[in-house]
Design a protein around this ligand. Structure first.
Ligand SMILES: NC(=O)c1ccc[n+]([C@@H]2O[C@H](COP(=O)([O-])OP(=O)(O)OC[C@H]3O[C@@H](n4cnc5c(N)ncnc54)[C@H](OP(=O)(O)O)[C@@H]3O)[C@@H](O)[C@H]2O)c1
Length: 328
């Protein structure tokens, strides 16, 4: 049995979905030889700690008592192997996730995260710290939700030279642009519909101005193409100036307009994509094309966000950490 004690920092949409997936997959995980115990769950206001393992069903049903311990103290003091860092991101400061990840790595705990901001601000520092402490920093869930793009590049494609990675890395903007192309509506009506469906935040600027896509480009550049790229190095243009007329004209000529993040080109912006191109995916899907020297082009498509879908990437990373520890 490969065993691990987990701390879950951030019990919002992703944190709850991760716990729910863990609970739902308990018997499959046991069959596969993994024994995962959640010893702490932290919210901004306090934490639940149980060294014997929290009863996940009772937690999900809201039947456990929350204490006052702060996340950083729990990460430092509670005996655990892996910290899941699932708090909200702030691309200007990286906090609170940056502090949580540094504390976890410094304490010799592996980290699995869905939080882009700490990586956007200091990927090299965090990766270096993980190496120095002999622990893993796993980040699959930060890019493309359920799509296993980072691990595919670093594991299955590791004998390849990866020339570029580009594609649709944000579901909200893809939903808006798909709606405009398919129904001829203008940007504002498509955005309003995305908001009414909960696909776009009340303040959608981070998505529509291309910042979210640029953050993912920075992560892919540093983690896969081994650059030392900062957010300021990316030329970013959003989709707010894309008009219904431009979308219609593109369609007449056999193209769709997509917000494309181009890692080697260090660029994010609306691009014309041929209708029969693999990147032409509809709705809130993401599609990521990896250009390699041996395997050729590989396109990965799937849910680019969503709590349950993203929990697949998180759980996959947890299991990879355990496999790596066992192999070492
Ligand atoms: N939702 C998705 O589909 C998705 C997909 C991929 C990646 N992500 C990333 O995953 C992370 C979590 O996303 P989410 O959708 O779950 O966000 P969310 O629903 O806002 O949940 C984040 C939770 O973290 C809590 N939190 C804030 N500060 C904390 C602290 N210091 N210690 C412990 N908990 C703290 C928040 O509490 P309060 O509400 O009290 O502030 C909130 O409950 C974000 O970085 C997001 O960008 C999300």
């Amino acid at each position: 049995m490969r065993t691990a004690r987990l701390i879950v920092a951030g019990y919002g949409k992703i944190g709850k979905a991760f716990i729910s997936t863990l609970e739902g997959k308990a018997s499959r995980l046991r069959d596969l030889g993994y024994d995962l115990k959640v010893v702490a769950v932290c919210e901004k206001a306090g934490s639940v700690v149980d060294a014997d393992g929290i009863d996940l069903k009772r937690l999900l049903d809201g039947k456990v008592r929350w204490g006052k311990a702060k996340t950083l103290d729990v990460i430092r003091d509670v005996d655990a192997d892996i910290v899941l860092e699932l708090t909200p991101g702030n691309v200007n400061t990286g906090e609170p996730g940056l502090g949580h990840i540094r504390a976890a790595l410094n304490g010799g705990r592996h980290v699995v995260t869905s939080n882009k901001s700490p990586l956007v601000l200091d990927y090299a520092g965090l990766d270096g710290l993980a190496g120095k402490r002999g622990v893993k920093l796993k980040i699959e869930a930060t890019v493309g939700g359920a799509i296993p793009v980072i691990n595919t590049c670093l594991n299955e494609l590791k004998c390849n030279g990866i020339r570029n990675i580009y594609g649709i890395l944000n579901g909200t903007t893809n939903y808006i642009l798909s709606k405009m192309a398919e129904e001829g509506v203008d940007f504002q009506s498509a955005l309003a519909e995305a908001q009414s469906l909960g696909l776009a935040e009340p303040d959608p600027s981070y998505d529509i101005e291309g910042v979210d896509t640029a953050a993912k480009v920075v992560i892919l550049a540093n983690a896969v193409l081994e650059g030392n790229v900062k957010l300021r190095d990316i030329r970013v243009e959003g989709i707010d100036s894309v008009t219904a007329e431009a979308v219609e004209l593109a369609k007449e000529h056999g193209f769709v307009v997509k917000l494309v993040g181009d890692v080697a080109g260090r660029r994010v912006g609306p691009r014309l994509v041929p209708v029969d191109h693999p990147l032409n995916v509809s709705g809130s899907l993401n599609a990521i094309l990896v250009e390699t020297d041996v395997a050729g082009d590989i396109t990965l498509t799937g849910a680019g966000a969503g709590p349950r879908e993203t929990s697949s990437a998180l759980l996959g990373d947890v299991l990879e950490v355990l496999d790596a520890v066992r192999a070492s």
